[in-house]
Design a protein around this ligand. Structure first.
Ligand code: NAP
Length: 292
């Protein structure tokens, strides 16, 4: 294991000492080998070196297969890419070891760079059920064990609230390397962001484009017009300029390419402030705030 930065992609150092690229391709809703292969091909060509999958996306096997086929085309090896996957909510608790090993064997890439607990709750339990905290702790212990074996190089969590994070930090042997949450100008998550800073956990954004819905926001269109960039590039740059890694999803090769052109311009302080002022707590994804 080496902490060597990714050659063609800016990266951030995690608390394990390993690097994670700041830009990754989201793969939610990329299904079937043909679609996954086409998107991974376009992404590698555009310089993406990270890919975000999950057990519930049902594309881990296709992602692993596409990478094994495509890495040589770009003169790359396994060490040149960073693969994330996540434990499904149905495997939270006593089935976590089995669930994580299933992801590991589906991807079939020797190791997973980052493995996250996808959701603080357990599928099948009411959100307020008091068994949720125990199940999370059991899942975390399984991830710690697989981290110790080298199968999961970094471990982390997703969709945790400040309360979930505080409990984990008090009980863990290995601290989470990453917290992946919904983050965009309409959901700025200041409490979680400062908690991550305090704990040395990397705060990573998902749904930076608001699942596409933020691309037509009038302020976004105005900022994009003024700086001659696409609305998607503005949204990604807004996060990156705060040091937050992003995972835009697209199945379209041209958009995959354009979404990667985010390291050669800077948003002014005024534009950053105009975008951050849109914060209204709006979510385009699931809300974990009621999960016990
Ligand atoms: P997103 O990245 O905010 O938006 C994706 C949508 O925007 C797609 O419909 C895509 O359509 C469209 N799009 C992308 N680039 C575009 C462009 N340049 N112009 C116009 N439309 C564009 O949504 P997301 O998939 O929710 O989030 C990204 C990734 O984060 C996911 O794929 C997943 O890996 C991760 N995620 C994690 C969680 C979690 O619970 N941990 C939850 C949600 C997402 P086309 O494909 O047609 O381009």
């Amino acid at each position: 294991m080496s902490p060597t930065p990714f050659s063609s992609s800016p990266s951030v150092a995690l608390n394990t000492g390993l690097q994670m690229p700041l830009l990754g391709l989201g793969t939610y809703k990329l299904c079937g080998l043909q679609d996954v292969y086409r998107a991974v091909d376009a992404a590698l060509c555009a310089g993406y070196r990270a890919f975000d999958s999950a057990a519930v996306y049902r594309n881990e096997a296709e992602l692993g297969k596409a990478l094994r086929a495509l890495l040589p085309k770009y003169g790359l090896t396994r060490e040149d890419v960073f693969i994330t996957s996540k434990l499904g909510p149905k495997d939270q608790g006593e089935k976590a070891m089995e669930g994580a090993l299933h992801s590991w064997s589906q991807l079939d890439l020797d190791y997973i760079d980052l493995y996250l607990i996808h959701w603080p709750g357990t599928q099948g339990l009411p959100v307020g059920d008091e068994r949720n905290p125990g199940n999370r702790a059991q899942s975390w212990a399984s991830l710690e064990e697989l981290h110790g074996q080298g199968k999961l190089r970094n471990i982390g969590v997703s969709n945790y609230t400040p309360a979930h994070m505080r409990a984990l930090m008090q009980s863990c042997k290995v601290p989470p390397a990453v917290l992946q949450v919904e983050f965009h100008p309409r959901l700025c998550q200041p409490e979680l962001m400062s908690l991550c800073k305090q704990y040395g956990v990397c705060f990573q954004a998902y749904s930076s484009l608001g699942k596409g819905e933020l691309l037509s926001d009038p302020v976004m269109l105005d900022v994009a017009k003024n700086c001659e960039r696409t609305p998607a590039q503005v949204l990604l740059r807004w996060a990156l300029q705060q040091g937050v890694p992003v995972l835009p999803k697209s199945s379209n090769p041209e958009r995959i390419q354009r979404n990667a052109e985010v390291f050669d311009f800077t948003l002014s302080d005024t534009d950053m402030d105009r975008l951050s002022a849109l914060d209204c707590g709006q979510r385009f994804c699931w809300d974990p705030s009621e999960v016990a």
